[in-house]
Design a protein around this ligand. Sequence first.
Ligand code: DAH
Length: 341
Amino acid sequence: MFEKVEEYKAMIQSAEAKAAEELEQFRMKFISKKSVVTELFNDFRNVPNEQKKAFGQALNELKDLAQEKFQALADGLSDQSGSTADIGLDMTLPNVPNETGSIHPLTITTNKIIEIFERMGFNVANGPEIEEDFYNFTALNFPENHPAREMQDTFFIEKDPDKVLRTHTSNVQIRLMEGQKPPFRSIMPGRVFRNEAISARAHCFFHQVEGLYVNKNVGFKDLKETVYHFVKQLFGENTKIRFRPSYFPFTEPSAEIDISCFICNGKGCNVCKYTNWVEIGGCGMVDPNVLKNCGIDPEEYTGFAFGMGIERITMLKYQINDLRLFSENDVRFLNQFKGTF
Ligand code: DAH
């Protein structure tokens, strides 16, 4: 009798259950009403009186052991089922990092520009990329057949000769002012298109941000002050600014905006072509003809405008030497802007 108890103990201890059927077999054999343990209990009356106490104790221990083991085997099975082991997952492996993306550098720059101008009271305006000739050229004081149109290599829409892919964001100036009353104080970021060969320095599409302030008594001093403030905010307090006389049909007088090359800090480098100055955009006082074209009296109102290249500014700020990188979607490039906002 006692040998049987020891034998079953050993069997219980070494039992395994890799599947539900094996667990059921264990239950039948050691737990159920027909189990070997029940059989031993039934044999109890045949045990000599002086051994009854010790045998009873041994039987109860065997019963407890069987119960515990059954629970342990059942737990082991339910851990595996339906989740990790079934679908081949090893929960002890280190977890796979959750890759977050990064903000595109052009978006980072655009957001910074918007933030700086919003603090100066400018709001953001938008206009169409497929634009009528009138808004892209005529209303901006480009007379028909005027050579100034040649400055911008235009993509025309074949099916509609009156439409172009806008060559600059200046179209939004007209859309903003047309039929409205000053004051206007807006910046207009957006994509523009030109029929240019793609290279490290030029692309058939790129981004600009246009600025416009029209009110009573706006002067060139206001333009300068605004540009000074913007450049210092974006590139740093020590950046120098230079206005170079230029020509645009929609501004008079017109100027180009140069900033001191902070890449070489005056030592001379490829970016500034050893001149220590780099151009970031154009600006000027809104031509009276443009105001008239929008139904605004140039005797009562004046204004300034500017247009800057967002790629240009981004390349300078982050020392990027090839314009094509912005549109190639190479994650080795884009990943470098992780954590930059
Ligand atoms: N539209 C010009 C260009 O694409 C840039 C520009 C120059 C915009 C002077 C302006 C401005 O508003 O006043 O080259």
